[in-house]
Structures are given as C-alpha cells and as structure tokens.
Ligand binder design. Structure first.
Ligand code: SF4
Ligand code: SF4
Length: 283
C-alpha cells in the first residue's frame, strides 16, 4: 500500500505524520519504506539514524543551439512553456535556470540545430534506518525551477516488495505534488485549525479528488474553538482520521529532533489506529 502524506502549505505537520507512521508500523513488524519527496526541504532524515548506501545525481538535458545551423525561425521559442529559450533577431539564448529539460525545443527544431547536454539538478539517496525502515530522499539544488524529475526518479527506484510505502509529499498543489501522488493508494491530508489551513486544505483536496485517490484528513495543532474546519469537513463528508491537539510533550520531543511516538505510548497507539483506518478505507 502506498500512503501519500501531503498538505496545501508547509509547516502543518506532514513530517510529523509521515515519520511517526513509518516508525510505529515498523515497530509493529511491517516492512516499511519511507520516501521524503519534499525535495526543496527534506527533513524526515533528522528524526532517524540512517546509514545511506546509495546516492546518485539526477540530471536534466539542457538545449545547446548550433548557431551555424540555426535559421532563427522562432519555433523553439514558441514551444517553450517556461520562457527558457528566446529567439532574438540575431541570436537564440537559453536561460539554463528556467529550463525544465522537457526536450520540446529539440523536437520542434526544423534544422536539427539543437543538441542536448546533461545538467545535474539534485540527487537522490537511499539508506536504511536503525529500526530497519528503507529510506529514500530527494534533494533539489538551490535555484532549480522544478523538482518533478527528482520525485519521479525517487519513486522509480522504490522497492516493490513492501507492506507499506509512505511518501512525504512537497507542500502546495503544483506539479511536484501531482507527481508524488501518482499511483498512491491513499492520501493523508494534513492541515491545521486556522483559516489558512482550511483554505489550503480545500485546494489540496481538489487535486486529490481530481486524481481519484481515496483520502482522509489529519488535523494537527487541533483547536476546537476554530469551528469552520470541522463544519467544512462534516458538510463535505470528508473523514477526519486523527486530531493532534497542542501538547507540550509533543513539542518537547519535536524540538529535540525526536519522534514523539517513540516516547508516548498513547500516541503510538493512535498512529496504529490511524493506519488501521486507512487500511479499512483502501480495502
Ligand atoms: S527552432 Fe531551431 S532553427 Fe528555429 S530558432 Fe530555434 S534553434 Fe534556430
Ligand atoms: S528543454 Fe523545454 S524547458 Fe528547456 S528550453 Fe527547451 S522547451 Fe524550454
């Protein structure tokens, strides 16, 4: 089963949910794989002792224009969705930092004037935690426009023979999130009891529903006084899988880079129940 943990915005507690779930399920004896696909700021590794054994660069192909062959016809500039190749009256320029490496310009060039050269945009690493969780992580280089390829490569290398794979998605609702959600069996949407949390949850729900993925919500830093969120979820009949209230014990462990489920039995039990609920909904 592939469980995707996502949220409409950063800082809602995605990491807490992904890492805690991975830990309790491993302790329960399941074969667990955790992929940190939050490639702009991966931080699941902070909570584990990991021995990394594999690392490789992820490259995209940048266009290189042969000025001898180029007739300045303008086709490459027209097809580029990102403004990364621009045809001027006397030359063609490629802006590397905008290029997504999609290859469209190379394909449309009628003069075969474009070749391609590889450029590293980041890396993926694989290892195993002390507990025996298979751990994968993607890291996008600073300044690169898109982490989609890194997420795709990270998922391509994931092992198939596992009881549970947990993917910690990037925040937001753009292309990297869609890439990370592909082929997931279930989406856990993490939100918080604030107007911003509710706003971003609505957007994330739209993406998940359009992709036809079963889903449920975890409310982190739950505040019963903020009624709008509960009312929305009830009206839309969206299942609430777990409510995590403000708890000084959780904050204490989090601030020390520790998994609170390791130390708090009541929460260990709650995360196992969360998994059982998901399993029931996926079946
Ligand atoms: S499509 Fe090819 S020939 Fe036309 S402007 Fe671009 S590089 Fe030059
Ligand atoms: S490879 Fe794609 S993104 Fe890069 S310049 Fe060509 S069309 Fe634009």
């Amino acid at each position: 089963m592939i469980i995707n943990v996502l949220s409409g915005k950063g800082g809602t507690g995605k990491t807490t949910v992904s890492t805690s779930l991975a830990y309790v399920l491993r302790e329960k004896g399941l074969k667990v794989q955790l992929l940190d696909a939050d490639v702009e700021e991966p931080n699941d590794h902070i909570f584990f002792d990991i021995e990394f054994h594999r690392e490789r660069s992820v490259d995209i192909l940048l266009p290189v224009v042969d000025k001898e062959k180029c007739t300045l016809c303008g086709e490459c500039g027209k097809v580029c969705q990102f403004g990364a190749i621009v045809v001027f009256p006397t030359t063609v320029m490629v802006f590397d930092y905008l290029c997504h490496g999609c290859g469209a310009c190379t394909m449309v060039c009628p003069e075969k004037a474009i070749s391609e050269k590889p450029k590293s945009i980041g890396k993926i690493s694989y290892g195993v935690t002390k507990e025996g969780i298979l751990f994968g992580m993607g890291l996008l280089n600073i300044g690169e426009p898109s982490g989609v390829k890194i997420i795709r490569e990270l998922k391509k290398e994931m092992e198939k023979d596992f009881d549970v794979t947990i993917i910690d998605s990037p925040p937001g609702t753009s292309c990297p999130v869609v890439e990370s959600l592909r082929k997931s069996d279930f989406a856990v949407l993490v939100t918080e009891s604030t107007p911003f949390g509710l706003h971003d949850l609505r957007m994330a729900l739209r993406v998940v529903d359009e992709m036809g993925i079963k889903r449920g919500v975890v409310i982190n830093r739950y505040d019963p006084n903020f009624k709008d969120l509960d009312e929305f979820l009830e009206k839309e009949e969206i299942p609430v899988l777990m409510r995590i209230p403000f708890d000084r014990r959780i904050a204490h462990h989090y601030s020390r880079g520790e998994l609170f489920v390791k130390h708090l039995d009541d929460w260990k039990k709650a995360f196992i129940e969360l998994y059982e609920k998901i399993k029931g909904m996926v079946a």
